[in-house]
Ligand binder design. Structure first.
Ligand SMILES: *Cc1c(COP(=O)(O)O)cnc(C)c1O
Length: 222
């Protein structure tokens, strides 16, 4: 696996989405060593995303090149304190009490956090996120919290070969994103797309993709 080559090919192949928006490539770096991550950054990666708090913290100072830091995994409220002020964008705000805690701890520490609301677009029991039908209610409630800035929406499509279904769900996410964006000029990110489905997601209007396998190869969890 040649990380540099993968990154260059991916970045060269990324064009604007059909809405004329630039697509940001976030490298999903879970299980990767700092040296692999730094190789990706040297090749042009500007944004990296972690899933686990402990990994994020252990690697934090070993990353070169000052990339933007994203947190893309499930976050327990009692671990917010380790991330506060170090994360540029939280993708995975998937429940109200996480938003509330992120804001209230931020208030105490003088930190405003940028977040995406995670939507469980496939209605899957195995995935977190708000129901599609409650996005606007949630948006209004979260908008009222003082130390958060909502930047958009995040979704993970189901693991399915049914491209028609995946396209429908991805377009549904873009519809919700457009509706929020027309009401709020701070909305700028629709984070949707992983190694297996990112092309389909970009075609549907995603402007932020999170790729691990396509950059680093198959993950080794040992
Ligand atoms: C691991 C992960 C990705 C990347 O998955 P790949 O299929 O390896 O590209 C994207 N998003 C989230 C939330 C992840 O946990």
């Amino acid at each position: 696996m040649n990380i540099e080559e993968n990154v260059k090919n991916l970045l060269n192949g990324l064009s604007e989405n059909p809405f004329g928006e630039k697509v940001t490539l976030v490298a999903a770096v879970k299980t990767q060593t700092p040296s692999n991550i730094n190789a990706a950054i040297n090749a042009g990666i500007t944004d990296i995303g972690d899933n686990r708090v402990q990994e994020f913290c252990e690697k934090y100072d070993k990353i070169t090149g000052n990339p933007k830091r994203h947190f893309i995994g499930h976050l327990q409220t009692n671990k917010i304190k380790y991330l506060l002020g170090k994360v540029d964008l939280y993708h995975s705000v998937d429940r109200m009490n996480l938003a509330e805690e992120l804001s209230s701890l931020g208030e105490k520490r003088g930190v405003t956090s940028e977040i995406l609301l995670q939507v469980n677009i496939g209605n899957e029991a195995t995935k977190g996120g708000f129901d599609y039908s409650e996005i606007f209610d949630v948006y209004k409630k979260v908008k009222a919290l003082p130390n958060l800035k909502i930047r958009g929406l995040m979704a993970m499509l189901p693991d399915s070969d049914d491209n028609k279904l995946l396209c429908t769900l991805a377009h549904r996410m873009r519809d919700a994103y457009d509706a929020l964006k027309s009401a709020d000029e701070n909305i700028c990110a629709l984070s949707m797309g992983m190694s297996g489905d990112y092309r389909l997601c970009i075609d549907a209007g995603s402007n932020m993709i999170r790729l691990g396998t396509a950059i680093f190869g198959t993950r080794n969890y040992n």
